[in-house]
Ligand binder design. Structure first.
Ligand SMILES: C[C@H](O)CC(=O)SCCNC(=O)CCNC(=O)[C@H](O)C(C)(C)COP(=O)(O)OP(=O)(O)OC[C@H]1O[C@@H](n2cnc3c(N)ncnc32)[C@H](O)[C@@H]1OP(=O)(O)O
Length: 724
């Protein structure tokens, strides 16, 4: 294991270089903080030290406070495990210490890492170093004085923006803003920083303590105005989360009562936030997302991912063009194949539109957009397939068509080529039935729009080789997705777990609950929109096709709502034609369309599931639970069948694929906070009242009865029961 330590070397120039060693990101673990305090004190006391340079080992300054400590605090509820860094180390020892200090920043300085740098008297950075305070994304806020020093260095407005969005900036922008004093090549970083530190010691450069600065803060009334606007924005971007408003309050404290008082308040509120449910959920998601890159018998058997330079995408529709865009943006050569020139042109145009959309939203510079477009070549036959490393089939969900394509590509592609399908529901064994290359067949399930949505569900069968899985994981990471490896079943992990979401909503409507009330409750729980608005967005065709698949695979627990057919018959097609449950008009938010109510009445009459023909009465909380507990129930079956490697993989897929609120930690984590017992008892009651759709699964029943969390690993080996 790489050493975790802080070293100090004093040069002949009388500069002490203090270096953090804690690979891979030099996180500020408890021993590192103790080491920093010790070395700093030693440097301060030594007569042969005139100045200090703080840096990180291995090309990265520091990724911030050790997030593992938050996890320990969450498990124990004991915040005393967190040392007093803010006042004791950053204010007293570093900033107000007797020797000037310069931070030499390479790679990244995030969170507590950047805050240490802010406590130094100058900051020198290498080009393209990432600087940021992302603490709010972990449910906490900067806790080593960042809420006070950043506004004093770069101005309140920009500092608030950086903290509220948790987004990093590059050192070049940091220089313009006043956060960085100079940018120098990596090879010069230490040399320049040492000299800078000496220059401060010898008063050739200013000895600047950022907590004492006032020139960038502006007047009190300006500050109030900026913070008022921020509070308004936060209501939109951070629903149900406490940390954003708490952070603004702490910033305000410093503006009104001075930086030091701000630091004191920050330390106190920080400890409250660490214990919040929001922080527990977000920290869980942070580690769960990283855990997805560890797949037993794939990533731990010494295999290396092979280079994938050229990929063919078959089908230029919505999914195919999105996938091609994602690949091209990461400099992969893409062959887009269609069956005729009209479809091919449409596909190429869609890629152009995807790329120019990113340019218009300032997410991509024009030169990178041009480069991406130059990576894509259209094709009407297989002649360009002879040297591709991977094919991703993205045609319509039609079994004979997919089977035909797989037989053909097996013949025309080189033997190492991975044969992937973007199917969202069809069993991979059926797709590859007529091939002899079953070890190369794999699912690459993207989510629409594929060039934007972050999740890549990688589906393996029992025959898929570890090498093919590893290669696709590497491709996924290269195109900036989070790849999650799952097993083969109808709907795979994501769509399967969430099919009861819209089913539950339809049952509720047919039981007499108002459609708009359902959407409002689900949106206030934290999903971006309710199930009916989502159905309007994805189109009713998708709902019909997907519903059919699930009804045939899970006939014991599916419900055929008459509503969608009635909507289609009445000429509604959701957002597509501007008419669904909501009215869609350019430039305005969707408005409930009350003319849909008679259609819903008709659906209720046909479904005939209301007890004694009367609408049921439910609380707002019951609405949320009657929709989400069946999702938890299906997640239990997915866990029981070993479709995912670990329960937290479902947390990640629910957040990234289904927009389940990350601050609730994902579907299984949330279920455990609610309690398996309550979920089981509720489902049991509803199944007796409203039928099998709600019937608790064996796994849920067992966990609830024995009091075991749903996320706890199974005692029986999941691999033996796995369908992977
Ligand atoms: C008091 C203070 O104000 C509070 C704080 O500082 S809170 C912490 C603030 N810092 C952050 O939020 C940064 C979190 N880290 C990241 O965003 C990213 O890891 C990164 C941009 C630093 C690096 O990304 P990348 O190169 O893709 O590597 P990534 O896979 O994410 O991380 C590598 C390993 O470092 C770990 N790691 C990263 N940052 C960490 C941190 N701050 N603490 C502990 N571990 C950390 C990851 O868990 C991962 O471990 P693993 O290999 O065992 O899974």
């Amino acid at each position: 294991m790489a050493p975790v330590k802080v070293t100090m070397e004093v040069g002949t120039d009388s500069v002490a270089v203090i270096t953090i060693f804690n690979l891979p990101v030099n996180a500020l673990a408890i021993p590192i903080i103790a080491g920093l305090r010790e070395k700093w004190t030693e440097a301060t006391m030594r007569n042969d030290v005139k100045a200090i340079v703080l840096t990180g080992n291995g090309g990265r300054f520091s990724g911030g406070f050790d997030i593992n400590v938050f996890q320990k605090v969450h498990a124990t509820g004991d915040t005393s495990q967190m040392p007093d860094v803010s006042v004791d180390l950053v204010v007293n020892t570093m900033e107000d210490g007797k020797k000037p200090a310069v931070a030499a920043i390479e790679g990244l300085a995030l969170g507590g890492g950047l805050e240490l740098a802010l406590g130094c008297h100058a900051r020198i950075a290498a080009p393209r170093a990432q600087l940021g305070l992302p603490e709010l994304s972990l449910g906490v806020m900067p806790g080593f004085g960042g809420t006070q020093r950043l506004p004093r260095l770069i101005g309140l407005s920009k500092a608030v923006e950086l903290m509220m969005t948790s987004k990093p900036i590059m050192s070049e922008e940091g220089k313009k803003l006043g956060l960085i004093d100079a940018i120098v090549p990596s090879s010069e970083l230490l040399k320049v920083s040492r000299q800078w530190a000496l220059d401060i010691a010898e008063r050739r450069k200013p000895w600047m303590r950022s907590l004492h600065k006032t020139d960038k803060i502006g007047s009190l009334s300006e500050a109030h105005e900026i913070l008022k606007v921020a509070r308004e924005q936060v209501k939109q971007i951070a629903k149900n989360m406490p940390q954003h408003l708490a952070c603004i309050e702490v910033i305000e404290e410093g503006i009104i009562h001075g930086g030091y008082n701000g630091v004191l308040k920050e330390a106190k509120v920080f400890k409250d936030l660490v214990l919040s449910d929001t922080s527990k959920g977000l920290v869980h998601i942070f580690f769960s997302q990283r855990a997805t890159s560890k797949v037993p018998s794939v990533t731990d058997i010494g295999l290396k991912p092979r280079t994938v330079k050229k990929v063919a995408v078959i089908g230029g529709g919505l999914m195919g063009s999105g996938i091609a865009t994602a690949l091209a943006l990461s400099n992969t050569i893409v062959i887009l194949k269609e069956i005729n020139s009209e479809f091919l042109q449409k596909g190429m145009k869609a890629i152009e539109a995807n790329v120019s959309g990113l340019v218009a939203r300032k997410k991509l510079p024009q030169d990178k957009a041009d480069k991406a477009l130059s990576m894509v070549k259209g094709a009407l036959d297989y002649s360009d397939f002879k040297d591709v490393d991977m094919v991703i089939e993205a045609v319509i969900e039609n079994v004979p068509l997919k089977q035909k394509i797989f037989s053909e590509i097996e013949k025309v592609c080189p033997p190492h080529c991975i044969l992937a399908t973007n199917t969202s529901t069809i069993d991979l064994n059926i797709i590859g039935e007529n091939t002899t290359s079953k070890d190369r067949i794999i699912g690459a399930h993207f989510f629409s729009p594929a060039h934007i949505m972050p999740l890549l569900e990688i589906v393996r069968t029992e025959k898929t080789s570890a090498q093919a899985i590893l290669d696709l994981m590497a491709v996924g990471k290269a195109i900036k997705k989070v790849p999650v490896v799952v097993g083969n079943c109808t709907g795979f992990a994501v769509n399967r777990t969430f099919f009861p979401y819209s089913q539950g909503a339809h049952i509720l409507v047919n039981l007499g609950v108002d459609v708009f009330r359902i959407d409002t409750q689900i949106a206030s729980f934290g999903l971006p929109m309710g199930p009916f608005q989502l159905q309007d967005l994805t189109g009713y065709g998708v709902a019909v096709a997907v519903g059919k698949e699930f009804r045939s695979a899970f006939s014991d627990r599916t419900f055929k709502s008459p509503l969608i057919d009635l909507l289609i018959k009445s000429g509604r097609n959701g957002k597509n034609n501007g008419k669904g449950y909501y009215i869609y008009e350019k430039g305005s938010k969707p408005r409930p369309d009350f003319t849909v109510l008679p259609i819903i009445e008709e659906s209720r009459r046909l479904a005939n599931i209301m007890p004694e023909g009367k609408p049921i009465s439910v609380t707002d909380q019951e609405i949320v639970e009657m929709i989400l507990f069946p999702v938890v129930n299906e997640a239990c079956r997915v866990l029981d069948e070993g479709i995912v490697v670990r329960a937290s993989d479902l947390d990640v897929t629910s957040v990234l694929g289904m927009s389940f609120p990350s601050y609730r930690g994902g579907i299984v984590f949330w279920a455990d906070t609610v309690g398996a017992g309550h979920i089981y008892r509720s489902l049991k009651k509803w199944s007796e009242l409203y039928g099998n759709f709600f019937k608790p699964s064996r796994f849920l029943e067992e966990r609830a009865t024995k009091g075991i969390p749903l996320s706890a690993p199974s005692s029986t080996s999941s691999v033996s029961r796995s369908r992977m």
